[in-house]
Design a protein around this ligand. Structure first.
Ligand code: ATP
Ligand code: MG
Length: 334
């Protein structure tokens, strides 16, 4: 049956993102523990109803690599989305707490995400649109599943302002406002895999490997004091406006820095979101570093995910065609 808000008891707080907050709850009538996401929607009632209708597609999504859906309902002015509770939560939390994730496990993560993406696209023609460590969840049974995919076009439109928080995993073609496809998800996977293996966000020249200090380099924090990027002509209008709005007042990184010329083509922790997006478009894609530290299969796989030209990039299914490579990758480090 349909879920109602008064049937839940909150057990704890699982976190918050740009678009909403997530609670651990128990659905009292059935005793089922769930994750309940509250999304603030700035839209008319008709649009909200449309979103709820579109979310119902998730009832038909059944895969071991996709977080299950229990239901969605309105709680003005929010929409509540109830999903499977994953007791080890998301991979961003895992590496920020425990440091870089072993490369064999990263291989397993790659495989699970590709399986999930292939399922979503082959069966439902859904492009995920938001692959990143916080949307890859794990549980104590060892399952790895993806969540928060773009099932509702209306929902995507209504929370478009959360864009800044997620844009740093975006592929060059998507940043440039071009047509994008399921291959964009592959790019985001590549960025995520490097982040998990290195224990830090890859668009960062920070050599400090203390996980506790890495959060500030990550996505959603693109409010540093980068150069005053007037030259944003590569970017579509929508992005330019968003990037400008996100620019925080400058913070001086240290004594003397105000006199030194700002870096132009070096990604760093002090980049503004606009600088970073231009960097992604204009500079070579990141790689697993240092070269030779990780199995060759892992390096090649990540390079394949991060082909800047989507025409040369494989789609999820093509990347799954040679799962032996993923196995070799895992064994290579045993
Ligand atoms: P953004 O808003 O930029 O997409 P996000 O993915 O971190 O960032 P939310 O999707 O709101 O934001 O999730 C907030 C946090 O809640 C996540 O980081 C994750 O740790 C936790 N979480 C989300 N869904 C679940 C779930 N089904 N089970 C357990 N924890 C979850
Ligand atoms: Mg999320």
């Amino acid at each position: 049956g349909d879920l109602r808000n008064d049937e839940f008891k909150v057990l704890g707080d699982l976190g918050a993102g740009a678009g909403g907050t997530v609670d651990k709850v128990v659905h009292v009538p059935t005793g089922t523990v769930m994750a309940k996401k509250l999304v603030l929607i700035d839209a008319k009632p008709a649009v909200r109803k449309q979103i709820l209708r579109e979310l119902q597609i998730m009832h038909t999504c059944a895969s071991p690599f996709i977080v299950s859906f229990y239901g969605a309902f309105m709680k003005e002015p929010h929409i509540c989305i109830c999903m499977e509770y994953m007791d080890r939560t998301s991979l961003d939390g895992v590496y920020k707490k425990h440091g870089a994730i072993g490369i064999q496990v990263v291989g397993k993560i790659a495989e699970a995400v590709l399986e999930g993406l292939t399922y979503l696209y082959d069966v439902h023609r859904i492009i995920h649109r938001d692959i990143k460590p916080s949307n890859i969840l794990v549980n104590s049974r060892g399952a790895i599943k993806i969540c928060d995919f773009g099932v509702s076009g209306e929902l995507i439109n209504s929370i478009a302002n959360t864009f800044v928080g997620t844009s740093t995993y975006m592929s060059p073609e998507r940043i440039q406002g071009g047509n994008y496809s399921v291959k964009s998800d592959v790019w985001s996977l590549g960025i995520s895999l490097i982040e998990l293996a290195l224990g830090r966000f890859p668009f960062s020249n920070n050599d400090d490997h203390d996980p506790a200090s890495n959060g500030s380099n990550g996505p959603g924090n693109g409010n540093g004091n980068g150069r005053s990027a007037e030259d944003d002509s590569d970017l579509p209008d929508e992005l330019r406006a968003t990037a400008k709005a996100s620019r925080a007042p400058p913070v001086l990184p240290g004594a003397g820095a105000a006199n030194s010329p700002p870096p132009v083509a070096a990604a760093g922790p002090n980049m503004s979101i606009l600088d970073l997006l231009q960097y992604i478009v204009n500079e070579p894609a990141p790689r697993l570093t240092p070269p030779g530290k990780y199995p060759r299969e892992a390096e090649v796989f990540v390079d394949d995910c991060l082909r800047k030209d989507p025409g040369l990039r494989k789609n999820p299914k093509q990347l799954l065609v040679t799962p032996e490579d993923l196995e070799v990758w895992a064994k290579g480090m045993a």
